[in-house]
Design a protein around this ligand. Structure first.
Ligand code: BYC
Length: 307
């Protein structure tokens, strides 16, 4: 363990900068493990944005109106752009995007669990925008204050775009809940299937989270998984009730004292299965990605050192 006596002058200066909430830039000195943690998280985040285009991409040709199609296409393009900002931020830590993609294909890097669930009908597109982008915003607003400059700056722009995504998703849910009985049932069915996976996006409970403690010391993470999950729950449940959707949680309680909802237990077995590659769509998502930009696809990937 580091004590002040055995810390190098560089490490002392780094810790002092963090204590003053200074932003760390790529050319600044940083501990190797700090860089490694950032690379893991930012590349995972970038992969999530890009793989996350797949469930929605499936609906571009089936959108119910031309307006809906244009909005969905623009949203999916935004997600691709988010992936690019994030790969660029991660590249400042010295790894090529190409290597990050190889890690994803080799199963050494993850992407968000949520994208291993199928989008079965148009209401799922509403639920993805409202719940998935809604959960992502809560997490990403917090990351706007992350200690690493390129990641924090990418988050500012991403959050502005995500807030439109959340609204387009909620708009779809509102329209369906104001529609006929079959449409209301589709919206409720989508809510039932996406609610719990959206809560899992925040990661394991703090007590089981391998990285939270250290990441919070380094100010990479500003709030813990449970704190952010609770923020999402308290923000989203009134939105569900407002349009007449039920939250699929028999143990849900509202605590008058804390003005906050208590949710039932999350199915962590399901979460662990999904992040180990055994979810509904893991195989389809990765094989599609490999087919399009894998080594065998013929797609030319630029290497940093060739630029
Ligand atoms: N899925 O110690 P923990 C979007 C892993 S895309 C998969 O708490 P950490 C959108 C975790 O990696 C936005 N794996 O980890 C795009 C670790 O395993 P490793 C996506 C998960 O990093 C298109 C282990 O579990 N947002 O909005 O401190 C269309 C222990 O976890 C997950 C981001 O990527 C998960 N859900 O905290 C629509 C946010 N949760 O790496 C929408 C950026 C945990 O040791 N990432 N794991 O093998 C983060 O904020 C943090 O990395 C997490 C996890 C909160 C996710």
């Amino acid at each position: 363990m580091d004590t002040v006596e055995n810390m190098s002058p560089e490490l002392l200066a780094f810790e002092a900068r963090l204590a003053k909430d200074e932003v760390i830039e790529p050319k600044d000195w940083m501990p190797a493990d700090y860089a490694k943690t950032l690379l893991r998280q930012i590349s995972q985040h970038a992969h999530s944005e890009v793989i996350g285009m797949q469930p929605e991409g499936n609906w571009v040709l089936r959108a119910p109106t031309f307006r809906a199609k244009k909005i969905l296409l623009a949203k999916i393009q935004d997600e691709g752009g988010h992936g690019l900002y994030l790969y660029s931020a991660a590249e400042t830590l010295g790894m090529d995007r190409s290597q990050m993609i190889d890690q994803l294909h080799e199963g050494k890097a993850k992407y968000s669990s949520i994208f291993n669930y199928p989008a079965l009908n148009w209401a799922d597109i509403g639920a993805i925008g409202w719940l998935v982008d809604g959960a992502a915003i809560v997490n990403q607003v917090s990351l706007q204050r992350t200690s690493f400059g390129p990641y924090a700056r990418a988050m500012v722009r991403i959050c502005m775009e995500e807030s439109f995504h959340q609204r387009q998703g909620y708009e779809i849910m509102v329209r369906m809940m104001r529609g006929n009985e079959a449409q209301r049932q589709m919206a409720q069915d989508a809510m039932n299937r996406w609610w719990w996976p959206a809560l899992m996006m925040f990661g394991p409970h703090d007590k089981d989270s391998a990285h939270t403690q250290q990441s919070m010391k380094w100010k990479i993470k500003r709030q813990s998984n449970d704190v952010l999950r609770q923020r999402f729950v308290d923000k989203t449940i009134p939105q569900a009730h407002f349009i007449g959707l039920n939250v699929p949680d028999p143990d849900l309680k509202y605590d008058e004292e804390t003005k906050s909802y208590q949710i039932g237990e999350i199915n962590w077995d399901e979460f662990n299965q999904v992040i180990r590659g055994n979810g509904f769509c893991n195989h389809a998502r990765l094989s599609h990605h490999k087919k399009r930009i894998g080594k065998e696809s013929g797609y030319v990937r630029l290497q940093l050192h060739t630029l």
